[in-house]
Design a protein around this ligand. Structure first.
Ligand code: GDP
Ligand code: IMO
Ligand code: MG
Length: 428
C-alpha cells in the first residue's frame, strides 16, 4: 500500500508534520522530487527539526527513509543533516539514497545566482540552492548522479562539467569554480555517503511485493510544479502526483490515498501571481500568528486567504483523496475568516483555475466570510470543535467534495485531529 502526501498550493503547507504523523505506521518514507529548496519542520517534544533533504519519516526508527531518484542532492547539506540527527540520538542507519539521484555542485549554485541576476525584474525568487541548473543538467544528460559520485569515473565527469560551466560563468565576468577544491571536498563527501547509496527502486519493488506500507513525501507543491504551476514562477521538478512514479519507480496502480496538504489560509514565498494575497495588515497579522518565515531562506512569506478554486485544481491534478488542513488554530485567532470560492475574470464568475498568467493577473477573488474567534488547542476529537471551526471545515468539504481527514491544531507532532480516512464523494 502506498500513500502520498503532497502540497496543494505554493509550499510550506505543513507537509513535514503530516508525513511525520502518518509515517508512524510506515515501513518506508520516500522523498520523490526537489532538493534542499524544501524545508519541512517537525516539532517533537518541544524540539524543532527542519529537514531539507532527509525524509521526515526518519524520526520513526522503524521507518526506512529513502531519497528517491527524482531528488537532487547537495551532499554538504545532506551530511550536515545526518550529523545533526546523530547529535540528537538518531543514528541514520535507516537512511537510503538512490544511486540515480543527481548531485548538486557549487557551479549549480553559482549559475542559479547568476541566472536570477540576469532575469532582473523577471526574477523568480529562487532559493539559490542550484535547483534549476542541476535539473537542467539532468535533462541535458550531462548530470552527475550518486552512482557516478562514488565511482572511479567521478574525477573525469567532474572535470568535463567544470570545463563547460566555467566557460559560461567566465562569459558573465564570474571567475568560475575551482576544480581541485571541489574534487577534494566531493571525494570526502563520497566516502561518507557511499554506505547509504543503493538501488532504492528495487527496495521499493520488494516492499510492494511484501505488502509493506510506503509513504511518499512531496516537497514544494502543485502551483510550483514545472508543468502545472504558475510557470515560470515555479520550481524545476514535478512535485505533483506524476513525480511520484518518475521519482521513485512506483507505478500509479499501487497508490492508495493521496493527501493534499493545505493551510486554513495560504502563503507563497518568491515571485509570481497569487490571487488571494493580502497586501495589508490582515496579511501581516496572519504572517505573525502563523510564524510565516521561510524554513530554508528565512524570507517573510506572502500571506492570504485559502483559495478553493486553486485547491479544486490541485485535487484534479493529483487525484487528492483526502485533505490535511493545518493551522486551523491560527485562523481561529482572527475575528473573521475569508474563503475564496470563485474568481471574477473579465466580469464573469469562474470556478475553474488556470495556471495561465494572463488569467491569474486578471482574476479577482470572490469570498465567503466566516466568524473566527475559536480556540482549538489540545483538542483531539472532531466533535468537540467549536461550531465556528466546524462550519469552516465543512464548507471546505462541501465545495471540494473531499474529506478533511487530518486537522492541524498546532505545530507539535501530536497537535492533530484525525478523522476516518474515508473519501467523501470523489465517487459521488
Ligand atoms: P512544509 O514545507 O510543507 O513541511 O511546511 P513548513 O515546515 O515549511 O511550514 C509549516 C509551518 O507551520 C512550520 O513552522 C510548522 O511547525 C507549522 N505548522 C504545521 N502545522 C501547524 C498547525 O496545525 N498549527 C500551527 N500553529 N503551526 C503548524
Ligand atoms: P517546501 O517543500 C515554498 C519556491 C521558491 C521560488 C520557486 C523556485 O518547504 O514546501 P527553486 O529554488 O526551487 O528554483 O525556487 O519555488 N520554492 C518553495 N516555496 N516551499 C518550498 O518547499 C519551496 N521550494 C521552492 O521560493 O519561488
Ligand atoms: Mg517548507
Amino acid at each position: 500500500m502506498v500513500d502520498i502526501v503532497l502540497g496543494a498550493f505554493y509550499g510550506d503547507e505543513g507537509k513535514g508534520k503530516v508525513i511525520d504523523y502518518i509515517s508512524k505506521d510506515a515501513k518506508y518514507s520516500v522523498r520523490f522530487s526537489g532538493g534542499n529548496n524544501a524545508g519541512h519542520s517537525i516539532e517533537v517534544d518541544g524540539k524543532k527539526f527542519a529537514f531539507h533533504l532527509i525524509p521526515s519519516g526518519i524520526l520513526n526508527k522503524d521507518t526506512k527513509a529513502i531519497l528517491g531518484n527524482g531528488v537532487v542532492i547537495d551532499p554538504k547539506v545532506l551530511l550536515e543533516e545526518i550529523d545533526n540527527l546523530k547529535k540528537n540520538g538518531y543514528d541514520c542507519s535507516n537512511l537510503y539514497i538512490s544511486d540515480k539521484a543527481h548531485v548538486i555542485f557549487p557551479y549549480h549554485i553559482e549559475l542559479d545566482k547568476l541566472e536570477e541576476e540576469l532575469r532582473g525584474e523577471r526574477k523568480i525568487g529562487t532559493t539559490k540552492k542550484g535547483i534549476g541548473p542541476v535539473y537542467e543538467d539532468k535533462f541535458q544528460r550531462s548530470g552527475i548522479r550518486m552512482e557516478d559520485l562514488i565511482s572511479d569515473k567521478f574525477k573525469d565527469y567532474l572535470k568535463e562539467n567544470i570545463f563547460i560551466k566555467n566557460r559560461i560563468l567566465n562569459a558573465f565576468s564570474h571567475k568560475g569554480v575551482d576544480y581541485e577544491k571541489i574534487l577534494k571536498d566531493y571525494l570526502e563527501y563520497s566516502e561518507k555517503l557511499k554506505p547509504y547509496v543503493c538501488d532504492t527502486t528495487k527496495m521499493l519493488h520488494k516492499a510492494i511485493d511484501n505488502n509493506e506500507y510506503i509513504v511518499c513525501e512531496g516537497a514544494q507543491a502543485t502551483l510550483l510544479d514545472i508543468d502545472f504551476g504558475t510557470y515560470p514562477y515555479v520550481t524545476s521538478s514535478n512535485p505533483t502526483i506524476g513525480g511520484v512514479s518518475t521519482g521513485t519507480g512506483i507505478g500509479s496502480r499501487y497508490i492508495d490515498e493521496v493527501y493534499g496538504v493545505i493551510k486554513a489560509y495560504s502563503s507563497r514565498v518568491g515571485e509570481g501571481p497569487y490571487v488571494t494575497e493580502l497586501n495589508n495588515e490582515i496579511g501581516d497579522k496572519i504572517r505573525e500568528l502563523g510564524h510565516e518565515y521561510g524554513t530554508t531562506t528565512g524570507r517573510p512569506r506572502r500571506c492570504g486567504w485559502l483559495d478553493l478554486v486553486a485547491l479544486n485544481y490541485a485535487i484534479k491534478v493529483n487525484g487528492i483523496t483526502s485533505i490535511a488542513l493545518n493551522h486551523l488554530d491560527t485562523v481561529g485567532k482572527l475575528d473573521n475568516i475569508k474563503l475564496c470560492t470563485k474568481y471574477l475574470v473579465d466580469g464573469k464568475e469562474e470556478e475553474y483555475f488556470s495556471s495561465n498568467l494572463v488569467f491569474l493577473r486578471k482574476a479577482k477573488p470572490i469570498y465567503e466570510e466566516f466568524p473566527g474567534n475559536f480556540d482549538i488547542r489540545g483538542l483531539k476529537d472532531y466533535d468537540k470543535l467549536p461550531k465556528n471551526a466546524k462550519d469552516y471545515v465543512e464548507r471546505i468539504e462541501d465545495l471540494t467534495k473531499t474529506r478533511v481527514s487530518i486537522i492541524g491544531t498546532g505545530p507539535g507532532r501530536e497537535d492533530v485531529i484525525v478523522r476516518n480516512k474515508k473519501v467523501l464523494s470523489l465517487k459521488k
